[in-house]
Every structure is written in C-alpha cells, then in structure tokens.
Design a protein around this ligand. Structure first.
Ligand SMILES: [Zn+2]
Length: 270
C-alpha cells in the first residue's frame, strides 16, 4: 500500500505499517503505559481513544503550520462559542501561533518541507512516519523538526522506577520518536543520521518557546529493547499470540467482566 495524505491514518495503513504512536499504544511510554488489548481493539476499529482538548489544541497549531487551518476549523464547529468567537482553549492556540511567528529561529526550524511521509523496514516491520518539518540533506539546516504544544515546557515528571525526574521529552517518548524518524530518513536517503529537534511551545499564562536538540545518546538509548517489542507486535497483529490486558486503561475497564470478588488490598495496589 502506497501512503498518501488521505490514507496515512486509515485502518488499512495501521494494519500494514507500524508507527511511533502505534508502537506506544502497544508498549507504552514512561507517561502512558501501553496495553496490547487496547492497541488491538483500536486496529480492529472497536475502540477509539478519547480526543482531549489538549490534543485538539496541538492539532490546531499543527494545522496552521501545515497550511490547513481553515479546513481544520471548518471541520470542528465545537471550537466556537455561539457568538462565533473561538473558545478559550483555541484562543490560546492562536496566541501560541502568534508567539511562534514572532521568533525568527523557531520559524526557521518550521520552514522545512511539511508533513513528509516516509516508510521503511525497521526491526523486521514496515514503519510509517510523518515529519512536521524536514530540512533535507542539501539544506544548510539539515535536520528533522517536530512541533509540540505542551502544558508547561519546564514541567518535571517524577519516575518512581528511575528515582528521578524527567522532562516532557522522555515522559511522552519523544526521544523514541526522534530515533525512529532518524532511522526512517536514513533508510530512505542513506548516509549519517540527521539531527532531530523538538520545536515546542507551552500554554502558560506567558507562553514559553524553545527548540530542543535531542542528544544522539538519548535517542539511541530509546531504541534499547525495540527489536523484541517489534517482534511481539508483529505476532500480535498476525494473530499468532493473544494480547495481554493491562487491566487499568479505559478500554480494559470498559470491557472487563467480573468473575470473583477481589480482596480489599487489591483496590489500592499500584
Ligand atoms: Zn488496558
């Protein structure tokens, strides 16, 4: 299947190709545990994750830089109040866009080729990826840039298992995203890996912006264990193994069947 703008997110494309977000559905990130049962239900069209306002605000800003904002707004009448003014969350998205556009370097980072679709075989599976802003190998600013809108750029997330705080980059697995985009780009164009950065804005009262260049070491580390995980996902998608239910996500709660009482302690197990 050849991927285009119109079939990139289709069910068929998701069956044929693995993507970073599908990988995260199965395996999880520090911030959001994966669930094989939920990931498979999504592929079968039996489950859709809730679309949050925060996600839509991100898509709003993405749409602006893709040049599809008019179309995106027309598709979402719920962005507007009765008097046809934008609701507060989307007014903030407009403010984010204006803040970004005031910064020359941020705009340079966003000036690459937009929404470039790449596919390649990695770790035994076909992958797809879509680059927000790609400065190709002839460009003086040769790099891959991904745009993110977050709550607070400087938020620290406590990870009990690591005994340390991490930034939003590690928490949401953007180091893994960078690592995969690098490999896709390299598989298509050859040569060395290209630098990856996150161009980010937050939604604090006074908006903060940064372009964060990810360390190659961190991206390489994010790939540890990926081979085994991909093998497992391939077997799950082929129906060779049964998906495990995490027991905690919305899908597992929604579909669970009780068979026996649990003990009191199990209620507060973490
Ligand atoms: Zn689950």
């Amino acid at each position: 299947m050849f991927l285009t703008e119109s079939n990139y997110y289709s069910q068929q494309a998701n069956w044929e190709y693995l993507s970073v977000s599908q990988y995260k559905d199965f395996i999880g990130t520090l911030g959001k545990p994966g669930c094989e049962a939920r990931a498979m239900a999504k592929l079968r069209g039996e489950w859709e994750d809730e679309t949050t306002t925060a996600m839509l605000v991100g898509s709003y800003v993405d749409a602006h830089f893709e040049g599809t904002l008019d179309w995106f707004r027309a598709k979402h009448p719920e962005f507007f109040k009765k008097n046809s003014e934008l609701k507060a969350a989307y007014q903030k998205a407009e403010e984010v866009i204006q803040r970004i556009e005031r910064d020359e370097f941020f705009m340079l980072c966003m000036s690459g080729e937009k929404q470039v679709i790449l596919t390649a075989e990695l770790f035994g599976a076909m992958w797809k990826g879509k680059l927000d802003s790609y400065h190709n190998r002839k460009s003086p600013y040769n790099s891959i840039v991904d745009l993110k809108v977050v709550k607070d750029l400087h938020e620290r997330f406590w990870i009990k298992d690591l005994g340390q705080f991490v930034s939003f980059i590690e928490y949401w697995g953007y180091d893994l995203q960078g690592a995969i985009y690098q490999l896709l780009e390299q598989a298509v164009y050859g040569g060395e890996k290209v630098p990856f950065s996150i161009a980010a804005a937050d939604k604090q009262k006074t908006i903060d912006i940064e372009v964060i260049g990810l360390k190659q070491r961190d991206m390489d580390n994010a790939l540890l264990g990926i081979e085994g995980n991909v093998k497992r996902i391939i077997d799950l998608k082929a129906g060779k193994v049964e998906p495990v239910r995490c027991g905690k996500c919305d899908y597992c709660k929604f579909t669970k069947k009780l068979t026996a009482p649990i003990s009191t302690d199990m209620l507060i197990e973490v």
